[in-house]
Design a protein around this ligand. Structure first.
Ligand code: DAH
Length: 350
């Protein structure tokens, strides 16, 4: 190699370095470029290592020229660094537009079943009921036996039970909470028990899991009139003040007498018609059923060692999805379980 070749290569290094620097956009990439050209094994160092190959008399000038090249590269590098730092700040500032509207977080809403559940609990706690909860996996004693439904009792067919074993079930109703509460608390008491219940049932109007709220009040001299007053208050708090309530005789093993409660249809306001069309919700009767209830059967009191001669009480159980459907005019039960946000977003606490 001659001194001329050497100088030519130095020029090539400067040219390539300058080009690479021009393309470079991020300060973080400067170091890699520095190492590639100015590092111990970089292009410049490699060229310098061939200096001894030059004729002796050309070496001093070539060495000087190589040092100048190194200085040029270092100057270019630091100038680029300054430019990137300054440019970065201006670029950031120009990207900030104070006039743009802020970004809004997406706010979720409570599920309609939760809304109605909360509302019902609030209506009852306002008049002195306590809220209690219990296990969804229940044993035969609490789900059936203690509620006056012995093993061979035909009333077991009223509910399609999901059995886990011979004596363990997924609770078919919230009524076991009556027993669990009376077992642990002395009378008088007033509780409501919200929760999930399970049945072997799935069609347009039934889902294998749904929600119930159980109510129980025990005191001396409780009458059917107290039950009627309490439920009328509840219905008029959740629906409108004008809603009418009617009791129909019915049968439940754990209450005697028992009744089913209907309210005047909230869709057609009890008229049976929506305009000229027959009301689909109440099937033109003007009434819709919303819960079962009755006076606690003395046989149930005996199971929990309450003296049936002294204590009296009423109980009721209602389906939360049913109340939500009537309250929000929803005609398809499946909407509650599909979790479509377009449906769910329409509900806000009221
Ligand atoms: N447990 C009943 C059911 O799931 C509902 C019920 C009816 C509860 C009457 C009660 C009651 O407490 O008194 O169908």
């Amino acid at each position: 190699m001659t001194g001329e070749d050497f100088a030519g290569r130095l020029e090539a290094i400067e040219r390539d370095f300058a080009r690479a620097l021009e393309r470079l956009e991020r300060e973080a990439d400067l170091e890699a470029l520095r190492v590639a050209y100015l590092g111990r094994k970089g292009s410049l160092a490699q060229l310098m290592s061939s200096l001894p190959e030059l004729p002796a008399e050309q070496r001093p000038a070539a060495g000087k020229r190589a040092n100048e090249c190194k200085k040029t590269l270092l100057d270019l590098l630091s100038a680029k660094q300054d430019a990137l730092q300054a440019g970065g700040q201006t670029a950031d500032r120009s990207r900030f537009d104070a006039t743009l509207p802020g970004r809004r977080d997406w706010i979720g809403s409570k599920h309609p079943v939760t809304l109605v559940l909360d509302e019902i609990c609030a209506a009852f706690t306002a008049i002195g009921f306590d809220v209690v909860t219990g296990p969804e996996i229940e044993n035969d004693f609490y789900n059936f036996e203690a509620l006056n439904i012995p093993r061979e009792h035909p009333a077991r067919d009223m509910q399609d039970t999901l059995y886990i074993s011979d004596s363990i079930v997924l609770r078919t109703h919230t009524s076991p909470l009556q027993i669990r509460t009376m077992e642990t608390s002395p009378p008088p008491l007033a509780v409501i028990a919200p929760g999930k219940v399970y049945r072997r049932d799935a069609d347009l109007t039934h889902t294998p899991m749904f929600h119930q709220i159980e109510g129980l009040l025990v005191d001396e001299e409780v009458s059917m009139a107290d039950l009627r007053g309490t439920l009328t208050y509840f219905v008029r708090t959740i629906f409108s003040k004008k809603t009418r309530v009617r009791f129909r005789p019915s049968y439940f093993p754990f209450t005697e007498p028992s009744a089913e409660v209907d309210i005047s249809c909230v869709i057609c306001r009890g008229t049976g018609f929506c305009g000229a069309d027959p009301c689909r919700v109440c099937k033109q009767t003007g009434w819709v059923e919303i819960l079962g209830c009755g006076m606690v059967d003395p046989a149930v009191f005996e199971k929990v060692d309450y003296d049936p001669e002294r204590w009296t009480g009423f109980a009721f159980g209602l389906g939360v999805e049913r109340v939500a459907m009537l309250k929000y005019c929803i005609d398809d039960l499946r909407l509650f379980f599909e979790n479509d946000v377009r449906f769910l977003n329409q509900f806000q606490a009221c």
